[in-house]
Design a protein around this ligand. Sequence first.
Ligand code: FAD
Length: 826
Amino acid sequence: MGKKVVVIGGVAGGAGVAARLRRLDESAQIAVFERGEYVSYANCGLPYHVGNVIKEREALILNSPQKLRKNFRLDLRTSHEVVKIDRQSKSVRVKNLQDGTMFDEPYDTLVISTGSSPLRPPIEGIDSDGIFTLWTIPDTDRIKAYIGQNKPKRAAIIGGGFIGIEMAENLREAGLEVSLIEMLPQVMPSVDVEMARLLEQNLSINGVRLYLGDAVGRFEKEGDRIGITLKSGAVLETDMVLLCIGVRPNSELARDAGLQLNEKGGIVVDASMRTSDENIYAVGDVVEIEEFVFKGRTMVPLAGPANKQARICANNIAGIPDQYEGTQGSFVAKSFDLTVASTGLSESALKRMGKGHGRDYQTILVNQKSHAGYYPGATRLVLKLIFGNDGKIYGAQIVGQDGVDKRIDTLAAALRLGANVKDLKNLEFAYAPPYSSAKDPVNMLGYVAENVLSGLMSFVPYDLVDASGKYLGGEDAQILDVREEAERMMFSIDGAIGIPLGQLRARLSELDKNKLVIVFCAVGIRAFTAARILSQNGFERVKVYPGGASFFQSVYYMGKDDACKLETCGENAPASASAKASLVVDCFGMQCPGPIMKVYQAMKEIAYGETVEVVATDLGFARDIESWCKHTGNTLVKAEKQGNKIVAILRKGTDAAAAAAASVQSAPAPAEGKTIIVFSGDFDKVMAAFIIANGAAALGKPVTLFFTFWGLNALRKTARIPVKKPLIDAMFGKMMPRGVSRLKISKLNMGGMGTAMMRRVMKGKNVDSLEALVKQAMDNGVKLIACTMSMDVMGITKEELIDGIEYAGVSTYLGEAEGSNVNLFI
Ligand code: FAD
């Protein structure tokens, strides 16, 4: 007879130890006690069974007790709980949960693989009906039964870790409205906050309502519904609650037996997985282990480490020396159509260890495509790499739709094998367009890291530019946006100087060499080129914004409420939205700014009032297209998520323009509107425009004045409006006249004397003042439109313009012009 090995716990770690040990030692007597009804089941698959993605419950059960008993000759007993370890007598006390009997089982070697349990903090009302945790198959059964019987419409998830996030998706799949409450200011605390923002934005897009930085104060069950009062005072109502707050190790047996535990209750083990008692091993969620990068101590409740430790533990019991070399905490999780993954240490973990950015480590962030951009289906991948000043890799994180898993696994392998960031550029990957790019995103990390380490480029920390485009680093800075004009139309950073990359060399004089230049583009590649141009032209302080404008938008998604916009658009879409579009634009797989550039072209091809349907996979498209329509005077009729696609319907021109165009098409009478572009800011020219406009309005004709460039000054309020602006815009604003009362005549102004004389003559001849003409025009229904594009260029904000006017782009003007028979440029 071989030695007697008793294993407590029969799922990931416990079943693994037993099976491996049997393969190594036919003579061992192996007893496994599991307090639950199931052994060796896939707890990682439980969320997907709730969402019916894994339809068959049986698919979760990897091995039945009978099969394990037979194949591995185990004395395996389910519904048997070990209630005490007696190290003196080397035995465990076991309770048969079916009949309540107790017995003692001796051991030569004991293995503790009791795992962890979900936390249930002592919150008022937490034990109410309808509040669940998800950890075992019976938990899943209970949740599914509750959904089946009570037909809840709403669910609240408490905790935004990976199980909370997976459950958010699965409960949405099951048709519920989902709120997610997280005490920390971000979801998925194992990744850094800026990476978590990408997930949060996507959760919002997928209809999950987020409450971040807020904790549950109490639960109140009233009838079928559960009221949740948050610490902030916010109250929400739901029909069921899922607690995903975190886990605690099941180490009571070990503690009572006097084994060494850490302050979190984790059993302390050595590299061979042996506890402070040489006859007792422990593996899995219940142990404290070595962290791989800095060799500190940590706990990771993950299946990969539990399985590896099980094998090592069994080897050692069987007399084959083996050592666990630490955990990187590598994980991957799905959140709707995004995948998030990480390996090694996060930047926040380094900060908690007292390490400083620049002093002890560097970070880079690249915004890449999953495969060659020209091959359909490429999607965005955001990769963050954290490394030492000597290039040693400390950690990596990736968020994206496709290809996240293979990149994180490559980086995990590189980290494990002690690679330097420079090694990443040398890794030779299999490449063909459907799978990757000739420069794989992992190679790109190597290239960029090398550029940073050699001083060729430098990133500004993402959070040193705030949502309003203000640099928070304490020195004078200017933001340079090197994207094309069409891209800036869909999103622009307040106060940024827009110079497309191709024009930069010729327009360097527009930038101040004494200031720090922060360069933006869409994803960071053009910004790097721009930074190199600047650095080689005497600009000494140049930094690139990591991940570009697309990342900036995701980082500051909050408050923009993308999800609501999408849903509202869908619900309120007018009947015409479903009408057949004049043109379908397929942007499948295209990355920002590709879809917008394609839309820009498509809109040129259709007539005013016609629609175009755009299908895109870039998740940022929903956000960009709304903004683009606003800036260009087109109408976003509908934007909705259909599976992994965004389908948007756009109408050329505004609703008013479409109606005007439609009336032109349907009415047999010729168009009779009048449109005037007011480009000039000269007193006499603006006056002429208003006199003509009022004349036409008096004849009952529809009149539109479109104010652009200098003409915008006529619409400014006379009073000084305190608006925060970049210095150049503020200076420009000061030099330009505020409102019609300050406009000057175009000729013979003579330091203002000419204008004063003109005003006097007008008064004498009973010609209305310009101020009165403006009021008259507005009273007569003349439409005054301020060109939003020119406002951007001139640095004029809405607050500075008079009330009662409209804001639109050139398409609106053109739409109005379609319905006009007089069209003037003044
Ligand atoms: P477990 O597998 O939990 O097994 C412990 C067993 O011990 C339990 O069955 C328990 O009943 C039994 N037990 C406890 N005390 C006693 C006692 N006194 N007597 C007898 N039996 C006892 N990890 C990943 O890496 N990726 C994922 O995607 C992932 N998803 C997950 C999703 C869910 C919903 C859950 C619950 C976990 C997930 N995990 C995931 C974590 C992973 O399942 C665990 O890390 C792994 O199962 C740990 O193995 P273990 O043996 O330590 O504990």
